[in-house]
Design a protein around this ligand. Structure first.
Ligand code: BGC
Length: 908
């Protein structure tokens, strides 16, 4: 039996609002038989009950990214599609199956589809003060025999909406974050079920969001000073006629209880000021002024949401306790990004309740010292201040704020706390979880769980460094973690959307932002001037348009190359390479140009005096500009407020030839490979030669004759090995120096941001599994398990964060070790020759104290399982291979075989 399941269009289930000219279809096949392969597919797509495209039977095993090839799709078109496949098993027995229908709906493809205008509810605003949330409403009529109703909406800021008092959507933090001046997302909501015949009301609240809130921690009003809203409701009747309700001057506006709402600072809400019933039709808004029209940034492209929506997910009930200072603290047991929904009982009118959200208990007391480091002078940090209405039972839940927290300091409340009264709600992009790992060491299992929670805590439409202090979408962090991200969740649409913003914000020189979309104020001259007052990084960068001095940074800008490359490996979609190739190549060319600039500090060194084929060797060493390098390396100079400027100036002067040249080599190799995949032969040849040349120069000048790498520690050796930077005669010495470093560190890791993900891979590759498992299972600091042992529920920014109470407690980067667990311990490894796990390796590595390990990975083709159990004399290996894929298996005893779909067991 073959079954077709999990139909997706553009990586989503039944999406509304697509704008792809040729949407990508995909499906999975399930079967209990062995060696099953699809032999043909046929798609039929219909619209309005009429077949518009019949692909006819196509003899191919493609079941991913099959492109729609019917007549051009038009705005609002509703399409049902079904796929019929033939498949055969090992015996050649042919089966046919037909899927349930899939559905998608097109968005508004032409500017002329939009009848509405941007509206501006606020009069003059004080740009530095916190501002109340504008409320908007409009009454409209619905005639009998309504067939369907859709809302198309967007905002400068964030919006939430209600129809006749009912929430219009479950999606949060709309319209999401993009490079707003260039493109802004709109959402399509099916609101048919909320409509009533006769009078209806469309009610909206706006929040500061990324548009004018404190994001990045260093500036406010990053994109603008005023909030705007834009939208139309389309009512389609059974007779085919349509009515439009649009944003124009007929919208009315007022403010209410929500006196301030900033994603980072939080909310101020006075329940007594909330206009009663303003979201219902009965409310009389005659005293509410009308809005103005606005043209501010109205020329940015309107695009439908490109990724999955942000949703409310897991919920946690509070355990209240008194801390050492006698304060009432709520412990939710898990560090999350989200907010608290609260029920308050028996409060007086005007009673002030304050909730402060934090991640740490320091010396027995609630503390936000580790995260409260904004350079912008904030009025509040992760706080909700609520003034009560005086009703016997009242409830509150933020709409536009999101906090990183496990603990909440609760002030001003003396009512009884009944279970369920204070509920923490995790909020993140609703990405399908695809990876789970479990082994006989419970601390390792908790490490994986912590990593998943840090991913959940930071993947809110874009991937941030942490959900507390900076909330910046840092390129370096995502580059370090992207492989693990793509194992734990299906992040294809998330990264496809986000990388386009990287490209859009790339400078004309090819330089790539360290955060993108930049929430550090490169967007407007006024905001940049503000940023330069508070942030040394901007002050040092010089004139407007130059961005931030860190933006030349190797390992961070390389997200332009590595992220699409890794996403292609995991999902096999050429689209990501087609989208990003030019941007990747441009960043590489920028690094190569920076390498050609001379750094006077090094001019006396031999690389500046040796030419080969007419080119100076120093021109292939990137020794200029500022690089963060192995950020958070355990052995590092401590950076404090006092030495910050001095440290950064030194970093600029010295550059970081070791790190920057290595990344330039890796990116040159990656770009060459991308060019090969895309069939750009000239580029492939050009960048392969460049990659070879950088590698030769690296080995010659940056690795000493005895294999020592200056300022080495473990990271430098790991980097040189994983990026293939050592010439054959130095490789063994580099390996032995790495081992010596690990021994000298007494089997603790000593790597920073960039090299940590590769440390264990390199040790297995050089045949030192023993060391890899010893480091993996180490529990003393620095190690992955140290924080786990001390009770962390997420991944920390620094190795010693639990001991020192410094640094964020929710920084996913070091969770990148999960890739090692899935791809080496369980052994599930994708291959570039058949990307997207169409064919993959299963090559488990056993070791350490582990007696058992198992990973389950939901690939685009179906579930891959790989696990082993070790007894005193043998290993039992079990694997499951999805239909339509091939696995190249290497068993722990060295036996190799090629297998098709099915479930298998081997004793070794
Ligand atoms: C962030 C990092 C980031 C780094 C740049 C930090 O403040 O939290 O995660 O990549 O700056 O080095």
């Amino acid at each position: 039996m073959v079954n077709i399941v999990d139909l997706k269009t553009e990586y989503r289930t039944n999406p509304l609002g697509l704008d792809a000219a040729q949407p990508r279809f995909s499906w999975k096949l399930k079967s209990d038989l062995k060696g099953v392969r699809q032999t043909s597919w046929r798609i039929r797509a219909s619209s309005n009950g009429r077949i518009i495209w019949d692909s006819k039977e196509t003899f191919s095993d493609d079941s991913q990214r099959v492109l729609y090839a019917g007549p051009p799709l038009v705005s609002r078109q509703q399409i049902m599609w079904q796929v019929e496949v033939s498949a055969e098993d090992e015996q050649g027995v042919l089966e046919r199956a037909i899927s349930e229908p899939g559905y998608f709906e097109m968005g508004l493809l032409e500017r002329s589809d939009w009848r509405c205008q941007w509206i501006e509810p606020e009069e003059a605003v004080d740009i530095h003060a916190r501002k109340p949330s504008p409320y908007l409403r409009r009454v409209f009529q619905v005639k009998p025999k309504l067939k369907s109703a859709r809302a198309y909406q967007s905002a400068h800021g964030l919006y939430a909406f209600w129809i006749n008092g009912q929430p219009g959507t479950k999606d949060c933090f709309n319209p999401g974050l993009t490079s707003y001046y260039q493109r802004i997302q709109y959402q399509v909501s099916d609101i048919t079920g909320l409509m009533q015949e006769g009078e209806n009301v469309w009610a909206v609240k706006l929040g500061d969001g990324w548009w004018r809130g404190v994001t990045g921690g260093s500036v406010i009003n990053n994109f603008g000073y005023k909030l705007h809203f834009f939208g139309q409701i389309e009512l389609t009747y059974e007779d085919g006629s349509t009515d439009w309700v649009i944003t124009d001057e007929n919208f009315r506006t007022a403010t209410g209880g929500l006196l301030a709402s900033d994603m980072l600072m939080g909310d101020v809400y006075d329940a007594a000021l909330e206009p009663v019933g303003w979201q219902s039709t009965e409310f009389d808004d005659v005293n509410w002024p009308k809005v103005h029209l606005s043209t501010e940034h109205a020329d940015a492209a309107l695009i439908p949401s490109r990724s999955v929506p942000v949703r409310e997910k897991e919920q946690f009930d509070a355990k209240p306790f008194k801390d050492a200072a006698g304060s009432l603290v709520l412990d939710f047991g898990q560090n999350i990004a989200g907010y608290v929904r609260m029920n308050l009982r028996g409060c007086r009118k005007g009673q002030k309740i304050r909730l402060v959200h934090g991640e740490d208990i320091k010396d027995g007391c609630f503390s936000i010292d580790n995260i409260n480091h904004c350079s912008y002078p904030v009025d509040a940090f992760q706080e909700v201040t609520y003034y009560c209405s005086g009703d016997p039972l009242e409830s509150y839940c933020p709409l536009f704020s999101v906090f990183g927290f496990r603990y909440v300091l609760l002030e001003g409340y003396d009512g009884e706390i009944i279970p369920g009264d204070f509920t923490a709600i995790a909020v993140y992009s609703d990405l399908e979880q695809t990876g789970s790992f479990q082994c006989s060491n419970p601390l390792i299992n908790k490490l994986v769980d912590n990593s998943l929670w840090s991913q959940k805590g930071n993947f809110l439409d874009v991937a941030t460094d942490c959900p507390t202090r900076e909330r910046n979408a840092w390129s370096g962090d995502s580059q370090v973690y992207v492989r693990t991200a793509a194992i734990l969740m299906n992040v294809y649409p998330f990264f496809e959307k986000w990388l386009i913003d990287l490209k859009l914000e790339q400078y004309a020189s090819g330089k790539v932002g360290i955060t993108f979309p930049s929430t550090s104020s490169v967007h407007s001259p006024e905001a940049l001037a503000d940023a330069q007052k508070v942030s040394m990084m901007y002050a040092l960068a010089g004139p407007t348009g130059n961005g931030n001095i860190g933006e030349d940074c190797a390992g961070w800008g390389d997200a332009a190359v590595w992220n699409p490359y890794m996403i292609y490996l995991t999902y096999g979609d050429r689209q990501i390479l087609e989208n990003q190739y030019e941007s990747a190549r441009h960043w590489l060319d920028y690094m190569l140009a920076c390498a050609k600039e001379h750094n006077p500090l090094y001019e006396s060194q031999p690389q500046y005096h040796h030419w080969e084929d007419g080119e100076l060797d120093a021109d292939y060493i990137y020794d200029t500009r500022m690089h963060y390098g192995e950020w958070q390396e355990p052995i590092k100079e401590e950076i404090t407020a006092h030495n910050l400027a001095e440290v950064f100036k030194r970093m600029i002067e010295r550059g970081n030839p070791q790190v920057a040249t290595a990344y330039m080599a890796r990116s040159a190799g990656n770009v060459a490979h991308m060019a090969e995949i895309l069939g750009y032969d000239q580029d492939q040849q050009k960048y392969s030669l460049i990659a070879d040349r950088i590698r030769r120069v690296y080995s010659k000048y940056l690795i000493a004759e005895d294999g020592v790498i200056e300022q080495g520690h473990q990271a430098a050796y790991v980097r040189a090995l994983v990026m293939d930077l050592c010439s054959a005669n130095k490789r063994e010495m580099v390996i032995s120096n790495l081992v010596k470093e690990i021994e000298a560190a007494e089997y603790h890791l000593n790597t920073g941001f960039l090299s940590t993900p590769f440390l264990l891979h390199v040790l297995v590759d050089i045949g030192r599994e023993d060391l890899a498992f010893r480091l993996l299972e180490q529990t003393e600091n620095p190690s992955w398990l140290h924080a786990v042992l001390l009770g962390s529920t997420t991944i920390l920014e620094s190795w010693d964060g639990m001991d020192t109470h410094q640094g964020s407690h929710n920084h996913y980067s070091y969770g990148a070790v999960c890739d090692f667990l899935f791809s080496r311990v369980a052994g599930i490894r994708p291959k570039f020759s058949a990307p997207g796990y169409k064919a993959f390796e299963l090559a488990p590595v056993t070791g350490g104290s582990l007696t058992q390990a198992k990973a389950v990975f939901e690939s685009l083709y179906g579930t891959i399982v790989s696990g082993w159990n070790k007894t005193h004399d043998s290993i039992l290996y079990h694997c499951e291979i999805p239909v339509n894929t091939t696995a190249f298996v290497t068993l722990p005893d060295g036996r190799q075989m090629t297998l098709g779909s099915g479930s298998y067991e081997f004793r070794c």
